[in-house]
Design a protein around this ligand. Sequence first.
Ligand code: GUN
Length: 276
Amino acid sequence: MGIIIDGKHVADKITEDLKLKIESMDKKPHLTVIQVGNNPASTIYVGLKKKKSEAIGIKSTVINLPETVSEVDLIDKIEELNIDLDVDAILVQLPLPKHISEENIIKAISPFKDVDGFTVENTGNLLNNIKPNVYPCTPKGVIRLLEEYNIDIAGKHAVIVGRSNIVGRPLAVMLLNRNATVTICHSYTKNLSDITRNADILISAVGKKIIYKDMVKEGAVVVDVGIFKDANGKTTGDVDFENVKGIASYITPVPKGVGPMTIAMLMENTVELAKQ
Ligand code: GUN
């Protein structure tokens, strides 16, 4: 039976520390979140971010724009925030409606206010192992969890399932920069289970049930970044947790695993940008 990694506990500790740090700052850090349209998952995430910000002393502004907003108008709004001296951090909640190019929107965000670490300057620095202004929240949260549990990364074979810009790609680089041997799997990968069975650290960031017991090596560390509702409306992750927990050495649950860490890292990034 593996150790269940308590992401909520670690996240609470981080946000408690941040709260004290913020109390000693001259100006409250200010995070502005833009949500376009009413994607139900986005509404939940944006709500959680606002609630946590306010609980620890971060000023939080949520700008709701209609689903029909034009790309130009959204870019104008971002440019306004880029030069607003009161705003430290900007987050545009993804996904965006199909008529808007995410690439163009990310390009519009100042790298100095890019709280997700998604701009070309920040991702480019990350790729070259140069410190970006901030690291992307979810990969940073995964690494922090491994560190908190004293799980070695150097020399380990880390297998990531999923190659998104938000999780898979930046996480691969962050693990590589910590001297892991990294494999990224995706929808074109052949013989997925042959690869995952070789993982010392197996990370899944897909958004559907995909990791079963026969795909996991005995003693592997299993990190589940997926979060979605199953057919019964229950919140679940990519990993068949009940069956995998018996063979993993460490495993993150869903909920209360990586999710709270993402929000804690967003809070930490906001404070870091405010200080910069
Ligand atoms: N949508 C899902 N995850 C994220 C995230 O980390 N940042 C942003 N901006 N949108 C998201």
